[in-house]
Every structure is written in C-alpha cells, then in structure tokens.
Design a protein around this ligand. Structure first.
Ligand code: APR
Ligand code: PHB
Length: 390
C-alpha cells in the first residue's frame, strides 16, 4: 500500500487531518487499533471553540453540529453565596458551542466511510519506520491478521497519549517533556435530567470543585472533584447527587436529578512533549500534549494542531515548500503552552487543595475575575479560543 500521508489514530485529530488533506487533494490512510464501536462510544468533553466550529463546518462535517449543537454565550463562576455570569459576546465578541466530542467523532467517521480516504479499524502492531528519510513507512497487522506495509511521504502521529508515535519522536536527540499530575480527579456523570441552568456552572466549594455541564436540553453532564484514590463503586447515585447539591447550593435554585447513565473517574494531568516533529513524523493532539479538563481545551487544541499541520503538509506535498513544516512544531507549541497555562489557571483557581491560605487566594482570584472587566476579558478570550496562529 502507498499513500501520501499515513495517519496513526482515528480520534478527532487523525480523522479531521485526513479530511482537511482530502479537501486539498492530498491522499491519506487512517489506521486505528480499536473498533469503530469503541471509538464512537468514548465519552469525552463537550465544548467547542468558535474556530473549532468554523473548521468543522468548512470541512463539511458541521450539519448535525449546526442542528443539534447548543450555542453558549457565557459561563457562571460560583463560590459560596455568589453565582456570577461572564458574558462572552460582551467581553470578547465570541461564543462557544456545547456538542460532545463523541458526536464530533461519529460525524467524522461517517464522512470518512462515505467516500472519504481509507479508514482501517482494529489494526495492531503499528510501527512508524524510517521517519528520518523522505520515504517513511508504517508497518502494521490488519484486522484479518495479515502483516502490511504502508509506504508514505509523511506520517502523522495522532494516536493519543498512549500511542506509539511520541516515543519515536522522543528517541531523537533534543526531545523534552514537561508534566504535572494534580492531586485530585474528576468524577463525571451523564444523567437523563434537563439542565437546571442556561450556562455551564464552574463552582468553587470548601468540599471541592463541581462543574455543571450538559449535552442537550434533556441530558446533563456533571462533575465532582474527588481524591484520585476514590473508587467509582463507592459512589452511589444518591451520594453523587447529595454532593452535587451541596456544592452548587444557591438560595432559590435547585438541581434537576434523573437516572445516571454513565459514571467514571478521570485523572487530571498536564503534559507537553517537544518537539512535535521528527523528520517526516509529525505529532498532533493528545499524542503531544494533555491538559486537565477544566476549560475544555483538549479537543480544541487537537483541532488547532491539525489545522496548522494540514496547511503545512499541503505546502510540502503540493508545492514542495518546507517553510510551514519547518515552523509547525514551534507554532503549534506556542498555542499548546497558552492553553496549558489557561487550563492550569482554571484548575488551580477552582479546585480545593492545600490549606486555608490557598483557599483565600482562590477566593480572592475569583472575586477579581467577577469584578474586573480586564480580568474577566482575559478569561473569556482564552475560554472562547485565541486566534489560530496565536
Ligand atoms: N495504533 C493505532 N491507533 C492508535 C494507537 C496505535 N498504536 N494508539 C492509539 N491509537 C488510537 C486510539 O485508539 C484513538 O482512537 O489513536 C486515537 C487517538 O485519539 P484521541 O485519544 O481521541 O486523541 P486526539 O485525536 O488527539 O483527540 C484529542 O481527545 O483525549 C481527548 O481531551 C482530548 O479532546 C481531546 C481529544
Ligand atoms: C463537558 O461538558 O464535558 C465539559 C465542559 C466544560 C469543561 C470540561 C468538560 O471545562
């Protein structure tokens, strides 16, 4: 087999890259080690920045998003006694959209299988080779157990945090990683309950952070800060709802409860790997960086990476110019670090950790954000997404 761009991983990064390249006449093959059902069932965050919505729409996968996505014009920041709305259009002229990453992935897979470039599920033993030459290849075993070789001009490592691509980049001289593991986790639930709020609520509470999000007018997505050692079996639905009610409590307002359809505990970590390129192997999305979910930057960063990468690869493969591939890692990492800082800032401001001195600093920061237009605008600009070539 031969293609121009061999893409490892069919998460949002790999699928969108394949599509953006196809629209520019560059062919690709996407290799995914899981099944279609597995990939389409993964529950992840659900906030899309305006540039993400624009990119998906321009890529021809925005129809269902336009019909079913919910535009959101702000967020509430809460601490005991106060729930304050930050109005994004007023502060920075932009909005965000609620539309699950799971749905984005389904739309991309559907478009791909409906006449798009090849997408192979359930492959194994995927190995990028000879990435320091102009003719790299990917060895893998197909779903029927046959060994295969995919000859390429370029390999894209969009295989997420546990993929095989990042170690290959890191084996070269000059590789570096930065990491922070936070001393808390999120317990997340999906519930068949109408959201009791028009906008997402980010709540600071002495017992720990809570987030009220949603997936539709009938489905709520809620999170509680818990200790990373907590076991999901120890959290009955009643215990979860009691904790949510305490942390979101506000005079005259009530939570809507309903059947819990999914619950899990997610670790919280920041991770950045540089560079995002070795020779003809380019990393994008979670393969190169992880942010904690506070601020919902993970998917948006992946989309920003592949938008930069697609234009750089078109310039390399169609116009034989290396300038954009040469600057790709640096340009992508500038935005990665901005989002890494913002995600760390939101996480640090809202989660209960440390002592009462830390708590007073957090409350002071929250009061600053809700009372100073400059501080609120800084948060709003980062939350709704900075320009692509930041
Ligand atoms: N071979 C082939 N595919 C692989 C391999 C491998 N060795 N290892 C992992 N994969 C696949 C995974 O099964 C997954 O489908 O690569 C895909 C990577 O997808 P994601 O983890 O969704 O990462 P990405 O596409 O970068 O999307 C980033 O996902 O984790 C969230 O918060 C993150 O929202 C962000 C988004
Ligand atoms: C979500 O809806 O899953 C979500 C929303 C906002 C966040 C994180 C997750 O900051």
């Amino acid at each position: 087999m031969r293609t121009q761009v061999g893409i490892i991983g069919a998460g949002p990064a790999g699928l969108l890259l394949s599509r953006l390249l196809a629209l520019q006449g560059i062919d690709s093959v996407v290799l995914e080690n899981r099944s279609r059902d597995y990939v389409e069932a993964r529950i992840r965050a659900g906030i899309l920045e305006q540039h993400t919505v624009d990119t998906l729409t321009e890529a021809g996968v925005g129809d269902r998003l336009a019909r079913e996505g919910l535009e959101h014009r702000g967020i509430y920041l809460q601490y005991p006694g106060t729930r304050h709305k930050l109005d994004f259009p007023e502060l920075c002229g932009r909005t965000v959209w609620v539309y699950g990453q799971t749905e984005v992935t389904k739309d991309l897979i559907k478009a791909q299988l409906d006449g798009g470039p090849p997408l192979l599920f359930e492959v194994s033993d995927v190995r990028p080779e000879d990435v320091d030459t102009d003719s790299p290849r990917i060895r893998f075993t197909d779903a029927d157990g046959n060994p295969q070789v995919l000859e390429c001009d370029v390999v894209a490592g969009t295989d997420g945090f546990h993929g095989v691509s990042r170690p290959v980049v890191q084996q070269a001289a000059g590789g570096q990683v930065w990491e922070r593991t936070y001393p808390y986790a999120w317990l997340g639930i999906l519930a068949d309950a109408a959201p009791a709020t028009d906008e997402l609520i980010y709540a600071w509470h002495p017992d720990g952070f809570a987030l009220y999000s949603m997936r539709s007018t009938k489905v709520s997505r809620l999170y509680l800060q818990v200790d990373p050692s907590e076991k999901i079996e120890d959290w009955s639905d009643d215990r979860i709802w009691d904790n949510l009610a305490t942390r979101f409590a506000l005079e005259g307002w009530d939570l809507n409860t309903g059947p819990v359809t999914e619950k899990s505990i997610l670790p919280m970590r920041s991770f950045v790997s540089a560079p995002m390129r070795r020779g003809r192997l380019f990393l994008a999305g979670d393969a190169a960086h992880i942010v904690p979910p506070t601020g919902a930057k993970g998917l948006n960063l992946a989309v920003a990476d592949v938008t930069l990468l697609a234009s750089a690869l078109v310039r390399l493969l169609a116009e034989k110019q290396t300038d954009l591939v040469d600057s790709y890692s640096e340009r992508a990492l500038a935005r990665v670090w901005r989002c890494t800082h913002f995600s760390w800032f939101m996480t640090s401001m809202l989660h209960r950790a440390g002592d009462d001195f830390d708590a007073q600093l957090q409350l002071s920061q929250l009061r600053r954000v809700v009372s100073s237009e400059a501080a609120a605008r800084e948060l709003a600009e980062n939350y709704t997404g900075l320009p692509l070539d930041y």
